[in-house]
Design a protein around this ligand. Structure first.
Ligand SMILES: O=C(O)CCC(=O)C(=O)O
Ligand SMILES: [Fe+2]
Length: 289
């Protein structure tokens, strides 16, 4: 059984993530989830008509524009204070001063967004293979089973927010608790190793990029809707170039925290933009180049 922690208890959530690799967070207001469902409805429905997409992804329809299309997902759920506290416990980077010989010592940065999409697993949609999300960065994993979890070893995390009740029948995410401690050679051997992340709207699953998981198959006749957000350390290349898609006018309407999370961030060295903070580029007049 996967463990739960209320959003108001970040320390408890952190403890569970270290032990299990992931935690179900509870306490998101249901109105927020309904709003996100509403924000994504028409884009998702349009894409569901697209037979090529359906065939290519075996009944799993993605809409990768979630961060820009849903203010509620961006500002209230992804940027929820304790969600960020938990993520940055694992993904904040502080450079050791002895490495920083040619720059400000102790530069540090929070995690940034690696991508955000809404996923509809359609009736009959197939399961994903069990995978680690950090495999997009070719991460290799040595076993931490003897040492216990080494803080700092992960470079990504994922947040899955169900838009409907998720169950084994409708394709809830499958998850292997403890697999964040496994070396790459170890795979689940018995069915009991793999749990389903059963959730109701108002809950969300937050887990480490090193943990084995995968979307389930949908054997019901209704869609399983899931709003997902992925995070990485600020020096990792995000999976999706979301900030390229949204023009300046759109991004200027976001909160500063949302702009920073989307990648307009620097520690005054990594991420600079003509020696300036990239966030200044949002308000700067064209240079004419
Ligand atoms: O659909 C799901 O439940 C999980 C999705 C997932 O693991 C992914 O897109 O990386
Ligand atoms: Fe995944």
């Amino acid at each position: 059984m996967l463990r739960r922690a209320h959003l108001s208890q970040p320390d408890e959530a952190i403890k569970i993530i270290k032990e299990d690799g992931g935690v179900i967070l509870t306490g998101f207001p249901i109105e927020q989830i309904e709003q996100v469902n509403q924000d994504m409805k028409s884009s998702l429905m349009q894409r569901c008509q697209d037979r090529t997409w359906d065939a290519r992804y075996h009944g799993r329809i993605y809409c990768g524009l979630l961060y820009g299309l849903s203010k509620t997902m961006r500002e209230d759920i992804i940027l929820q204070e304790n969600v960020q506290v938990i993520i940055n416990h694992f993904l904040r980077t502080t450079n050791p001063p002895f490495v920083d010989l040619n720059s400000q010592p102790g530069r540090s940065t929070n995690a940034i967004l690696s991508g955000a999409n809404t996923i509809a697993t359609r009736p009959g949609g197939k399961a994903q293979a069990l995978h680690r999300d950090d495999s997009i960065w070719q991460q290799v994993h040595s076993s931490q089973e003897d040492t216990g979890y080494r803080i700092g070893s992960d470079i990504g995390m994922s947040l899955l927010v169900p838009g409907v009740k998720t169950t084994r029948e409708n394709g809830a995410t499958m998850f292997v608790p403890g697999s964040h401690l496994w070396g790459d050679q170890r795979q689940p051997t018995i069915p009991e190793d793999v749990l389903t992340v059963d959730m109701v709207p108002g809950e969300a699953f937050l887990f480490l990029g090193s943990a084995l998981h995968g979307g389930g198959a949908n054997a019901t006749n209704a869609e399983r809707i899931l709003h997902s957000a992925f995070f990485c350390r600020s020096w990792v290349r995000p999976e999706s170039n979301d900030f390229v898609w949204w023009d300046k006018n759109a991004v200027q309407k976001w909160s500063i925290d949302a702009q920073r999370l989307a990648g307009y961030v620097t520690d005054k060295m990594l991420g600079i933009c003509d020696d300036m903070d990239p966030i200044d580029a949002l308000t700067k007049k064209s240079t004419g180049y």
